[in-house]
Design a protein around this ligand. Structure first.
Ligand code: NAD
Length: 477
């Protein structure tokens, strides 16, 4: 049979045009895993290999990789947000969906990268921001896939790859999201495993990541125990730790505006945000008027005996001896306001955003990071007492504090006293992340280690390149 070479060439060209070019990178033993691992050593090896491949690529390729993560987070937010809600069983579905979309849209990417230049009599020094390599990330149950999405965008923008140990109660959605991200990236750019996830995460796998020689930096997002563990790991750690954000309302505040902002912030995802309003200190002069403003804005007020009943079921004690402390009860953490109300035999409309009530500062809702949509309001003699209590009950986390006031002196006084990473005036907590205020977004806000709202630059190391006596082009030849 005579072979028609022209015909074969045409057919091959047509097929290639339809399927696109083959992945440009040779496959390895880990290719096709799409980031799913049960073994930490394998995950780190795969992420290391992915890092080597990423290092050969352009900034434009990094952007293309991130665009896949963004597209999936945005286009598939309903499906993945529903998965997250069904698995974690904390928070609110509409906000699970919205968080994925928002992080996909607004997490800073490669556009945030920059270099600095010093130009002077002795030439030119350029400071560039290089990747660390493989980053070990620990993520919380409160935002399992959203934290991975934000971390992945920022870390890859900085040129890194990551191995994630998700919270065990959010591991399935973490793995599914990571699988989708990697598959899309691999199909387009031929690099697999840029984001690796431990599919059966435990404290032991977290510990193995903390101490793995191939992991160059740790980023943990979580409560006090994991923050402590990361700080004791012996590795450089970016720690996005716990908060207990207090709110102060003084006599100059626009009370209706304050009430709307407090409800928006404190009820979002049923108060799971680390930045969310957790306790409110109001000056006596406007205390009753403030509670009325909360009524008008749609929150449901509990009376003293209802607050006592809720406290008994919603806060529990753990630990022994000096380690004994109050924590939110698991059954009510992140549940709807209507569920909290039902737990004390009260019926409220199903769409109630927030419950609130007057307490004194000894009520455990004040010191505990409750992560549920009930806010305690504490009456204070004046703004100084309110600020003093806000400072005390923030526990020195230096995370987030909020004031509603039109008195610049009071704002300044509180800002100085609190010394928090985020300080919000006259808005809901999320305004400080660029959602209704200025600034940019991340769900990993590094508090004890001081990097603040993390960006791609957080996950880079500085390298300086100096040229002595030349290339400053200013001055006479
Ligand atoms: P969590 O501390 O129970 O768990 C967080 C992660 O750490 C999980 O993956 C968990 O498995 C792991 N972990 C817990 N103890 C560990 C240990 N000893 N060693 C290694 N890993 C450990 O917190 P959570 O309930 O999932 O999330 C809520 C907490 O996270 C709140 O305290 C909240 O303020 C905080 N948070 C902080 C930020 C921030 O940006 N600062 C963002 C989100 C959540």
């Amino acid at each position: 049979m005579q072979i028609n070479e022209d015909l074969i060439r045409t057919v091959v060209q047509q097929v290639l045009a339809e399927v696109g070019p083959a992945p440009a990178v040779a496959t390895s033993g880990f290719c096709g895993r799409h980031g799913i691992f049960t073994n930490v050593d394998e995950a780190v090896a795969a992420a290391t290999e992915a890092f080597e491949k990423l290092s050969e690529r352009t900034i434009e390729d990094r952007k293309r990789i991130i665009d896949h993560i963004r597209r999936i987070s945005i286009d598939q937010c309903v499906e993945l947000g529903t998965m997250e809600m069904e698995e974690t069983k904390v928070g609110r579905l509409e906000h699970k969906i919205e968080k994925l979309k928002t992080l996909g849209e607004r997490t800073p990417g490669v556009e945030f990268m920059r270099s600095e230049v010093f130009s002077g009599d002795h030439g030119l020094a350029v400071i560039e921001h290089a990747p660390f390599g493989v980053i070990g990330a620990i993520t919380p149950v409160t935002h399992s896939l959203p934290t991975i999405t934000g971390n992945a965008v920022a870390m890859i923008a900085g040129g890194n790859t990551l191995v994630v140990n998700p919270h065990p109660s959010g591991k399935k959605v973490a793995a599914e999201g990571v699988r989708r991200f990697n598959q899309a990236i691999y199909n387009d750019l031929g690099i697999d495993n840029l984001i690796c996830v431990i599919a059966e995460p435990t404290l032991e796998t977290a510990d193995a990541i903390f101490h793995h020689r191939g992991v160059k930096l740790i980023c943990v997002t979580g409560g006090p125990a994991v923050a402590r563990a990361a700080l004791n790991s012996g590795k450089r750690a970016v720690v996005a730790g716990p908060g207990n954000p207090p709110v102060v309302v003084d006599e100059t505040a626009d009370l209706d505006r304050a009430a709307k902002a407090i409800i928006q912030g404190a009820s979002y995802d049923n108060n799971l945000l680390c930045i969310a309003e957790k306790e409110v200190f109001v000056v006596d002069e406007v205390f009753d008027a403030m509670l009325s403003a909360m009524d008008r804005a749609g929150a449901v007020r509990l009376n003293a005996s209802e607050v006592d009943a809720l406290t008994r079921v919603a806060i529990t004690t753990v630990g022994e001896g000096e380690h004994k402390h109050d924590v939110p009860a698991k059954e009510l953490l992140g549940k709807d306001a209507a569920v909290l109300a039902r737990a004390i035999g009260k019926t409220v409309p199903a769409n109630t955003d927030l419950l609130f009530g007057e307490t004194d500062e000894t009520n455990p809702f004040v010191p505990v990071e409750q992560m549920m949509p009930f806010l305690p309001f504490v009456r204070c003699r004046n703004v100084d007492e309110a600020i003093e209590k806000a400072k005390y009950y923030e526990h020195g986390f230096r995370h987030t504090a909020i004031i509603h006031s039109n008195n610049v002196r009071n704002m300044t006084k509180m800002g100085r006293a609190m010394d928090t990473t985020l300080f919000v005036k006259n808005g809901p907590c999320m305004a400080s992340l660029g959602l209704g205020g200025e600034g940019y977004l991340s769900f990993s806000i590094a508090t004890p280690t001081g990097e603040g709202v993390t960006t791609p630059l957080t996950f880079t190391r500085e390298r300086r390149c100096s040229l002595i006596d030349d290339l400053r082009i200013l001055g006479k030849p």
